[in-house]
Design a protein around this ligand. Sequence first.
Ligand code: SF4
Length: 472
Amino acid sequence: MSISRFFRSSKCQASKSDLLKYNALRSKDKTRFCYAPFQQITFMPSGEMYACYYNLRNKLGQYPHDSISDAWNGKTIKEIRKCLDKHDFGNGCEECLAQLKLGNYYSVAAWHYDYIKPEHETDMPTAFQFQLSNACNYECIMCSGELSTSIRSNREHAPLYGRPYDDKFVEQLRPYIPHLQNTSFTGGETFLNPLYYKIWDIIAEENPQCIISVSTNGSILDERIKSYLEKLKFNITISINAVDNDIYKSVHVGGNMENVLNNYLYFKEYCKKANTQLMIKICPLRQNIYHIPNLMQYFNLHDTCIAFNKVMYPPHCSLWNLPSAELGKIINFLKQNRKTAETEIEKLNLARYDTLINQLTKWHQRRIEHETLKLSEKSCDELIKIFENNLKEYFSNLNISSTDAKTEIQENNEKIRQTATLMNDDRIFKDALIYLIELPMSFLVPQLKSRSAEMLRSRFEYSFKYCKQTNL
Ligand code: SF4
């Protein structure tokens, strides 16, 4: 079986039984598989506008060249809507389909957009997702300079990425704000972005009932933030990957666990009083995986919901690319340390824990298959050929014309070749190629599409140099 065939079906359609099982988990109206392209726009740091964080193959527009109205009413978003109405995932939604088929229902990105379903659909967006800047005070090991200015300066030693958002963008948002029911803000560190406070000021004036969901590393909580919390309705998600100080410091480089846990208690009280949601987001990593049962236990005791991110990058932190023997050991450990649940929150957390085990089990099966391919024994040229063939096979199966497929394949191949030229180190490039070949195409293709060769170079160099230095 070829690698890409493993991750995709012959048609980009979900089966009835997969949909039934998935829908059984969903609490809201299930009229649509995904509400994202019908209700919202995602604004990314370089000005790109997308239907969601995952469909990165189809850019709706680029600020400031395109307006929000251009993106919302354009041909691209209409095509995505049309396809999804037919349960056709071949227009950039392949990763959602892949997770659905794997039975990783909590990892189906569309599930994360169920909460934006409005009472009545109108012709205005009811939700916006903002990721307008990468200003961040942390240098977490699983992050990159794309999401942290501190990493960009101190680890990648490279000029900061330009960010196009400005006061004019904030003003462009004004007519949409009265219609919004949900907004989400992330970074970088969300509370470091001055534009967000300006947007919250307009929300306070025009639509104070609008829910503001913020993702934060939990490190900043000053009087100004507290005053915004008091006047608006904030859901808070905090990224905490350990409650053991040594692990915390090794993962959240530059962070202070005690400070974050104190702030967490403040946010917890706030959410309880404001009747909003608090969530702890955990990245299961090589560095904290054996700590996960303790971490869950800690938040169970504090009656707080947790959720797990699916970490595919960087390779020295992610679990999916571990040798199968190591993955097997981790799965056994997590099963042996699976606690029973009594409260509602414990049950929810346990369901997420089980989904994590399910995900690891799927990755374990895949690793066993990959290991028979002995990719590390192949030359760079052979690996490039395998990669190109996988791309061809992947695109031939999507719901796009053969001309578009050809262009996409050419663009991806070209980007990989440019990255190789920029890296100028065959050993690292070879590791990077193996990593790319082993990633599920449905995950990889949108990531390649949304990154320049320079961004790929920065990512690969950090990861694979680090792996070599530490013998990972
Ligand atoms: S990728 Fe998933 S979440 Fe995004 S629009 Fe498609 S189905 Fe919805």
